[in-house]
Design a protein around this ligand. Structure first.
Ligand SMILES: [Zn+2]
Ligand SMILES: [Zn+2]
Length: 342
């Protein structure tokens, strides 16, 4: 038997026992290493939905996880029992027009772990044991902790957002939001050669975190006059998922610049100043999940080119998942909270 953490509706999270499923030839049974609680997991917990994705049945959240191999299907070759693995939560079909064009994250038939984007929902990894196809796994022999490895997915989001931003060499980059995705975007912008990275947030802790991973300047956006930021950045990455932060990006981005929307904005949408985008020739583009950037993230972590350790603010046993979700909801006390096997 294994414990699973399942959301039945808004603020109704239950720990339930489940049986280990049978393994197909290419399946691998994993024990959870660490599982990061993401903004989307919190949205399911607090509201039963994330943007347009509404829960229609109980959902096991969790798409940012690492694991240890416990049992192998008969034909598995990629991993061995005892291996520590990074887990790619994204299952594109590999056959549709988007997959053929290399835009795997836009796959028409995407199955993404711990998500209500399709029905029946794709169950996630906040459970003691779960089964994954071997193709999703990368075995890691380096001395990297399971907690760090579980950051591969959020790092991939920052890398993909920066990839969508285009060339950053020598550029001034504004990141709105100093949460996990904002910090991962800072890390990615540094890797991409940004000359200066400024981060805004409305709270102190996220800004301190952003400085710890390489932000050059931080700004309390609730305390400065918006005009102070006007025309200050070549590129803006909106990682806060807030209409006010988007407004900051629109004002701060110089003419001809680019804004990448990576945060999820409220489901009701935002008023959008299209005339400003037109007259200032701004590029406003989206970044959704990640495609090949997952493998880049694993490589950066295993070589420690990127050190995500400052971002992991707590590890809490899965059996105390309620406490973990409450802590993760409090930005003044946490950045990345992970559930772990006791
Ligand atoms: Zn996430
Ligand atoms: Zn596809």
């Amino acid at each position: 038997m294994s414990i699973a953490c399942r959301i039945h509706g808004a603020r109704d999270l239950r720990l339930e026992e489940e049986q280990a499923p049978a393994l197909g030839p290419h399946d691998v049974e994993l024990r959870l290493g660490a599982g990061g609680i993401c903004g989307s997991d919190l949205h399911y917990f607090q509201h039963g939905r994330v943007g347009a994705f509404v829960m229609r049945e109980p959902l096991i959240p969790g798409h940012e996880a690492s694991g240890v191999v416990e049992r192998l299907g008969s034909a598995v070759e990629r991993v061995a029992v005892g291996d520590k693995v990074a887990i790619n939560p994204s299952h594109p079909c590999g056959r549709c027009d988007y997959c053929s064009a290399g835009r795997l994250n836009l796959c028409r038939n995407m199955r993404f772990l711990g998500s209500a984007s399709v029905f029946p929902h794709v169950q996630g990894m906040f459970r003691e044991r779960f089964v994954m196809r071997e193709a999703q796994l990368t075995p890691i022999s380096e001395d990297i902790s399971l907690g760090e490895l579980a950051c591969a997915e959020p790092l991939s989001i920052g890398l993909h957002a920066v990839h969508r931003a285009g060339v950053l060499t020598g550029r001034i980059v504004l990141v709105t939001g100093g949460g996990t995705i904002g910090c991962m975007s800072v890390i990615a912008a540094r890797l991409a050669g940004a000359a200066k990275i400024v981060v805004c947030d409305i709270a102190e802790r996220p800004l301190a975190m952003a400085r710890s991973v390489g932000a050059d300047e931080t700004v309390r956006s609730d305390q400065v006059d918006a005009a102070q930021l006007a025309d200050s950045a070549d590129i803006a990455i909106e990682a806060a998922g807030s209409p006010a932060a988007l407004a900051t990006c629109l004002q701060a981005t110089r003419k001809g610049g680019r804004i990448v929307q990576v945060g999820t904005l409220p489901a009701e949408g935002v008023m959008f100043p299209a005339n400003s985008v037109m007259a200032r020739e701004l590029d406003y583009i989206g970044a959704f999940r990640a495609a090949h950037a997952f493998d880049w993230a694993v490589q950066y972590l295993r070589s420690r080119r990127v050190d995500v350790r400052p971002l992991v603010s707590a590890q809490i046993p899965l059996a105390r998942a309620h406490e973990a979700f409450e802590l993760a909801s409090d930005r003044s006390r946490s950045t990345k909270v992970q559930v772990v096997c006791a």
